[in-house]
Design a protein around this ligand. Structure first.
Ligand code: MG
Length: 337
């Protein structure tokens, strides 16, 4: 793996270049602490297992249909804690603000943070503010960290994903990426497209409570979309996953924008979605649980683990043919979250 001389935006896009940068620069740090590259670290404090996660938000524009950087910063971190089986409770909130930023816009953002925190039943308990000179930040950036207790018997780990597991998603794909891009480029799309930014901790909590160890892996497909997330998991587990295109939930207007712009919806970011790998014996039960939760009405079983010969993601098309779903190489949509 060649080491880059300079960091490009593609190194932050969640695809192959992000993965390489993380492997070269940051994974060794986590490895020293016995941590793998998951949505959150699982650590032990005293006798208590805790999921601990951090995320920075640089989305442009700051306000978009269906959300803004404030709610996104809460939902994103809450969801990452939930993906490792944590029940999110505490959040830190750090702002980097550009000189000249509107105090009124900042107030809107902090209000949105407060509303999102209430919705997720998390408390913002610590924070930080930095102001940098004009041009040094595009309006503002936010960093959040989150903490939540993981039930003692729960062990969510992509390495548990095995042949016979089924893959579920709680709803439509690519909404967030397309909504933000349409807002940024001021594209006028018939049929409004809203970001799906939302907490999914209720869905993961219910799955874990009711199905216990039959839940093998959970991950939220954000940057890089399903293509990145599913390639990450199949690589960690060493399995072949086949997803069925006819079962993938997607809004027609989202599919339309992707087609016009030449985007593969599998590579476009979601925000309020969870991909769940569960034991095949509880597939229908898992689907019923997802559908009974808020944000889960359009849940579907979208794939199955069919082999353990090597890591691969395949897509079965409506014509019955299959193609390999590659890890996106680099920048698809920058500054999406
Ligand atoms: Mg995540």
């Amino acid at each position: 793996m060649k080491k880059p001389k300079l960091i490009t935006r593609s190194h932050g896009a969640g695809g192959l270049l992000s993965q390489q940068l993380i492997a070269q620069q940051f994974a060794p740090l986590l490895k020293r602490a016995g941590q793998a590259l998951n949505d959150a670290a699982v650590i032990t404090i005293g006798d208590t297992k805790v999921a601990f996660s951090t995320d920075s938000f640089t989305v442009s524009p700051l306000f978009f249909p269906g959300g803004d950087i404030g709610s996104l910063a809460i939902h994103g971190t809450v969801n990452d804690v939930a993906m490792m089986g944590g029940l999110p409770e505490f959040i830190s909130l750090a702002f980097v603000i550009e000189e000249g930023f509107s105090a009124q816009a900042l107030h809107r953002i902090t209000q949105s943070v407060a509303e999102a925190a209430d919705r997720c039943s998390v408390a913002v308990v610590t924070g930080d503010t930095k102001v940098v000179e004009r041009g040094a930040a595009d309006g503002l950036f936010i960093n959040t960290s989150g903490l939540g207790v993981v039930p003692a018997q729960i062990n969510i780990d992509p390495r548990q994903v095995a042949v016979g597991d089924v893959l579920l998603i709680n709803g439509t794909i690519a909404d967030h990426g397309v909504a933000v891009m349409c807002a940024r480029e001021e594209l006028d799309v018939s049929g409004e497209i809203l970001s799906d930014s939302a907490p999914v901790a209720d869905i993961t909590g219910q799955l874990i409570n009711k199905l216990g160890e039959k839940v093998h892996a959970l991950r939220d497909p954000t940057r890089g979309g399903l293509a990145s997330t599913l390639n990450e998991i199949t690589t960690q587990a060493g399995v072949i996953l086949e997803i069925d295109q006819t079962t993938l939930p997607i809004l027609p207007q989202v599919a339309g924008v992707c087609e016009i712009l030449g985007l593969d919806p599998l590579q476009v970011a979601c925000e309020g979605k969870v991909l769940a790998f569960v034991d095949g014996s509880v597939a229908d039960e898992a689907l019923t649980i997802m559908k009974s939760c808020g944000g889960g009405k359009q849940a579907a079983i979208i794939g199955q683990v069919i082999g353990a010969d090597w890591p691969q993601v395949r897509l079965r098309t409506p014509l019955g043919t299959t193609r390999i779903v590659e890890m996106p190489p680099g920048e698809i949509l920058p500054r999406i979250c």
